[in-house]
Design a protein around this ligand. Structure first.
Ligand code: ADP
Ligand code: MG
Ligand code: ZN
Length: 484
């Protein structure tokens, strides 16, 4: 056997979904103009004191419980000292040496079915750094710094060195992303850097137990990049070993353009950082009350929810899968279904109309202005034949835009629903003339052809006719009882 079996361990940085930063009141959102989310604390001005964000602690505890970790009652914040322009204080506040939680595992589905458990080492809280913006090489303008992200709350999740291939590492990250997004711990928006990872890789000889030095590839922000960077690194190390060279312990960067990694610096050792407890912050004590609340809240795992949507609500597996993508979708769907009492109709609407609106707002559910109860009520009206589907869709879109109530939206869309009088009578006449075959069929006792005529009335009314009233009047005209 040779020295060629990959050994991989990941350090994953997950941005916690809080309103404000980890130690100050600045917004922790994304997309503000550079340096608009800053204050003396996150800029590291002299005399400014940090105050820990309780919501960040809650979300980190939630993540730890979702990952079957043991939460330590007493953890501690330390200063990790290093110089870099995007680090205003000259140190990062992190729990690296006394983490919030240890142990645990995550189940990762295997490509051929079944699942594997990936062992976790620890989870700790830390603050993010700022961002350097470098002008194009040779261009004017030099480098600029944006401190909006400095001090944003991160949970760093560290795996044991137990991943055996680049594909396995990427699959683990996908599973972790899904689990934590579902639990509401993070927005999961990869394009905003909500989940980034450092990948450590070495080669091992299973026969002798010998291994190469590990190399760390920093700051990978997509699943594909993690897989490609690791694949490149494994073959680079194999070539080095084959040619008799040594693999140096170093930190490298991945260049997506070339698909290769390049040396950034020699790996720092623990001593280089001169860790010491932050004198401005007391030990973090996670009380039983918080633990109990979060244990109680602990959501059904997505798989359990998916099964329940299939068995209790009778949804197809496809629907159940889409609706359990994340916690918000599942919760919204459940509330709609509860109100309208038709899970399949609720599912159809949430998968199309609702998700389209949410997507239009960049995935931000807080900007969807229609409460699920209101949508459920709208769907109940459709089910009772009091509103056409076409009009209901237009009404929903308008409610989502304007925040209006359903009644107001219906009126704003061109007057009341047509449910009697000459207008309806004229529409019914037109429909009977336009669909003589269907009218014949109904008279001959084929009741199902009535649906064609109702559809014709609705189309001619631009969706404004009340389906129930149209149906009743059609039956009368065709010589049937008004009620079925
Ligand atoms: P550091 O703090 O110096 O980065 P850690 O002990 O915290 O070191 O480990 C960091 C990461 O490196 C972990 O994800 C761990 O799984 C991984 N790791 C440790 N040993 C190896 C190894 N021999 N090969 C690959 N990865 C490793
Ligand atoms: Mg590290
Ligand atoms: Zn601040």
């Amino acid at each position: 056997m040779a020295l060629d079996v990959p050994v991989i361990g990941l350090e994953v940085h997950v941005q916690l979904r809080t309103r404000t930063k980890l130690f100050c009141g600045c917004g922790a959102g994304f997309g503000a103009p550079p340096n608009h989310l800053t204050c003396p604390v996150c800029l590291g001005l002299p005399g400014a004191l940090p105050v820990l964000n309780a919501e960040a602690v809650r979300l980190a505890v939630r993540a730890a419980l979702a990952l079957h970790m043991a939460v330590t009652p007493h953890s501690r914040f330390a200063r990790k000292n290093y110089f870099y322009p995007d680090l205003p204080k000259g140190y990062q506040i992190t729990q690296h040496d006394r983490p919030l939680a240890t142990g645990g595992w995550l189940e990762v589905p295997l490509p051929g079915g079944g699942a594997a458990r990936v062992a976790l080492a620890q989870l700790h809280l830390e603050e993010d750094s700022g961002k350097s913006l470098h002008a194009a090489a040779g261009g004017a303008g030099g480098s600029r710094l944006d401190f909006n992200r400095a001090g944003a709350p991160l949970a760093e999740i560290v795996t044991e060195p137990c991943l055996g291939s680049p594909e396995e590492a990427a699959d683990f990250l996908r599973a972790l992303h899904a689990r934590l997004t579902f639990a509401g711990v993070t927005t999961g928006r990869m394009e905003e850097g909500a989940l980034r990872c450092d990948a450590n890789v070495s080669l091992r000889d299973p026969a002798t137990g010998d291994g190469t030095e590990r190399v760390e590839v920093k700051n990978l922000n997509s699943f594909r990049f993690v897989e490609r960077a690791l694949a490149h690194e494994v073959s680079r190390q194999r070539e080095a070993v084959a040619s008799g060279a040594v693999v140096a312990r170093e930190t490298r960067l991945f260049d997506p353009g070339s698909g290769a990694t390049a040396v950034l610096r020699e790996k720092e050792t623990f001593e280089d950082y001169r860790y010491f407890p932050d004198p401005d912050l007391p030990p973090l004590v996670v009380g039983e009350a918080l633990l109990a609340q979060e244990r109680h809240r602990r959501d059904e795992a997505p798989e359990a929810l998916r099964t329940r949507f299939r068995t209790e609500m009778g949804l197809p597996d496809y629907d159940a899968g889409v609706l359990t993508q994340d916690r918000e979708t599942a919760a919204y769907f459940e509330a709609v279904a509860r109100r309208c009492a038709d899970p399949k109709a609720a599912s159809n609407w949430v998968m199309t109309e609702v998700l389209r609106q949410v997507k239009a707002h960049g995935g931000d559910w807080t900007r969807l202005r229609v409460h699920p109860e209101e949508l459920g009520a709208l769907l109940a009206q459709v089910a009772e034949g009091r509103l056409s589907t076409a009009l209901a869709k237009a009404v929903f879109a308008r409610m989502a835009e304007s925040g209006e109530e359903a009644g107001t939206a219906v009126r704003a869309l061109g007057g009341p629903v047509v449910r009697d009088g000459e207008t309806l009578s004229a529409l019914v006449d037109e429909a009977l003339r336009a669909q003589p075959r269907a009218a014949e069929d109904v008279r001959a006792g084929h009741g199902r052809a009535l649906g064609v005529l109702v559809g014709e009335v609705l189309r001619r009314s631009g969706g404004r006719a009340e389906p129930r009233a149209a149906r009743r009047l059609l039956r009368v005209r065709l010589g049937l009882d008004a009620e079925e």
